[in-house]
Design a protein around this ligand. Structure first.
Ligand code: 6R9
Length: 572
């Protein structure tokens, strides 16, 4: 079978020759890019902000911030001063010390980033939360991590069960006319009176950086801890994968509650001194295209759900904006359907570069690079210097084209360092002391491209055939009526499992028996008879995480009348 390819982008890319660089690459060389390689002492806030403020980039814009009410910009020098102020504020109004957990629970705003980097300057471990979390989700995370302080807004404060969290000593509130007491501190009031000079807390490479809680299919969310050293891979992938250069204006649409919003929202771009755009408020296609035009965004990192929603908003809308500055577009979070890649080429005249990684990997791991041909539907190839393989359940490497566990050889720079309070869980990720097993199933083709098939527990076995739900979902999306699709295996006495699809329809389509048959035929013809959903159920919306992942386990629980498990990461 001929594979669809979209040829490499011509031009001068940071990663010019994938094969050559991969064959001879040493992460230790990247350390030389940082000042700590000389001193041995490290701090993410120094490398992302102060270092640039003390260089030719002093007056370069670090942050453009925009929402419905505010439109602000801060240079690297201004960021240095504001984060110093925030650090002094946190220090003066709490007993926070190096290594303590400091949580962030507020909508995006410049203050969020002042506080986050101020906390990093103090050597605190930062735990970002999604603003939509409700009391139970907040409690689980603050309790498990024994958080000592949090920054939030008056609107969100009632969701924090202060009386049940004895370790939580200080609450910084970002609002107007805040009433202070022993626990509550008015962040904005003190910010401008605090000194803009601060002595950074110098750390060891292995000291903590961020604590991101992620939910598995069962049990409580787990705290994934990353070390300062993660910056090595975040920096290098900002170069190779984001392809960032001095003049770029970069926009990552992810919320900081999701690992993408920290690692690639701010760390990676600022490690390279790149101007970064942060847009607050809710998603809207108009506002997003407008942001690209307003800021002249050149590099844009988003997620498949967002691209699919933009696709749904119609191509006519795209023409109303000047998107000509865009030169590089990327995606992460879930499989990027070939249909979406084709759409990108058609409407933006840009390839959308899929990237695969996880909270646990701390940085991009399998990617499509501008200098490499894309095979739509493939996640691409491992980041140079990282060994990725498909292994069986015993940890043996499988040959090309065989579906198995997507695994990474232990020891990549940004690998998680701990599951908070749960060493046994941490160990359970590793096999034969060699492989980190991701929980995703995939295969590698004979040319080294990796193809995602689903979470291991989502893979469907029907009449002895192994079917990756993603393939079926992608085909479903190509049908003109289908806006969103989620596919699960439903237990069946004869076939083991049968394929059931949940489908949300595009505007102008109504559920009907005919439409069901038409969609079934479409998958049968386009993919394979055994891959066609035996059942199709129409839904107005599908359950998704806040980062846009279709929650197949929730579909399955609904279908089988089982408990849905932890839903704190599900969007409203
Ligand atoms: C960064 C992030 C990780 C899980 C991962 C996989 C899915 C992420 C993907 C992808 C297919 C891609 N995932 N990127 N699946 N293609 N390009 O998303 O972290 O929220 O921890 O999720 O997301 O299933 O295992 P996280």
């Amino acid at each position: 079978m001929k594979v669809e390819t979209i040829a490499a982008v011509q031009g001068d890319h940071n990663l010019h020759n994938y094969e050559e660089v991969s064959s001879d690459f040493n992460w230790a060389d990247v350390e030389k890019e940082f000042s700590w390689s000389k001193t041995g002492k490290i701090n993410m806030a120094y490398e992302t902000i102060d270092r640039h403020a003390e260089s030719d980039r002093k007056n370069k814009v670090a942050l453009y911030y925009q929402d419905q009410k505010r439109h602000e910009s801060y240079t690297f020098y201004e960021m240095k001063r504001m984060t110093n102020r925030a650090a002094n504020l946190l220090k003066a109004h709490s007993d926070l010390e190096k290594g303590d957990r400091f949580f962030i629970f507020m909508p995006r705003s410049p203050e969020l980033y002042f506080a986050m980097f101020g906390a990093l300057k103090m050597g605190l471990i930062v735990g970002p939360l999604f603003e939509a979390f409700m009391e139970g989700a907040i409690y689980d995370r603050l309790d498990d991590s024994e958080a000592k302080a949090i920054i939030t807004t008056p609107e969100l404060l009632p969701r924090i069960p202060l009386d049940r969290l004895p370790n939580l000593k200080t609450v910084f509130l970002v609002g107007e006319n805040v009433e202070e007491d022993g626990k509550i501190v008015d962040f904005k009031k003190h910010l401008h009176t605090c000194s803009d000079r601060f002595e950074i807390e110098w750390l060891d490479k292995e000291d903590g950086l961020v604590l991101h809680y992620t939910s598995g299919s069962t049990g409580k969310p787990k705290g994934v801890l990353h070390a300062q050293y993660a910056m090595v891979q975040q920096y290098q992938t900002a170069k190779w994968v984001l392809d960032l250069k001095e003049q770029d204006v970069y926009w990552c649409t992810a919320d900081p509650g999701w690992v993408t919003g920290t690692a690639y929202g701010v760390f990676a771009p600022w490690l390279t001194g790149t101007t970064t755009v942060i847009i607050g408020g809710r998603f809207s296609p108009d506002a997003w295209y407008k942001a690209i035009e307003d800021f002249g965004v050149t590099v844009w990192y988003s997620a498949p759900t967002a691209f699919r929603m933009l696709m749904g908003a119609g191509d006519a809308l795209v023409k109303e904006y000047d998107l000509s500055t865009l030169r590089h577009v990327l995606s992460v979070g879930e499989p990027l359907n070939p249909e979406v890649v084709r759409w990108g080429v058609q409407v933006f005249n840009k390839r959308i570069h899929d990237t695969w990684w996880m909270t646990e990997t701390g940085a991009q791991t399998i990617c499509n690079y501008p200098s490499m041909d894309i095979r739509p539907g493939s996640m691409g190839k491992p980041v140079p210097g990282i060994k990725v393989a498909i292994v069986d359940d015993r940890g043996n490497e499988l040959p090309p084209n065989q579906m198995g566990n997507l695994a990474i050889e232990k020891g990549w720079p940004s690998m998680m360092r701990q599951i908070w309070n749960n060493p046994a869980k941490y160990e359970s990720y590793f096999m034969n002391d060699k492989w980190y097993v991701s929980g995703d199933s995939a295969y590698m083709d004979e040319d080294g491209y990796f193809w995602f098939q689903g979470r291991v527990d989502d893979v469907i076995m029907t009449s002895g055939e192994r079917v990756g739900p993603f393939e079926v979902e992608s085909k479903l999306l190509e049908h003109p009526a289908v806006a969103e699709a989620g596919v699960i295996g439903k237990p069946d006495p004869v076939r083991g499992e049968v394929i059931k699809a949940f489908v949300a329809l595009n505007e102008g389509f109504e559920p009907s028996e005919e439409l069901i048959q038409d969609i079934q035929q479409f998958v049968k013809k386009g993919l394979a008879a055994h891959a066609a959903p035996k059942e199709i159920e129409f839904k107005d919306k599908l359950p998704k995480t806040r980062s846009g992942k279709i929650m197949r386990r929730v579909l399955k629980a609904w279908e089988l009348d089982l408990p849905t498990g932890d839903l704190s990461t599900m969007e409203d």
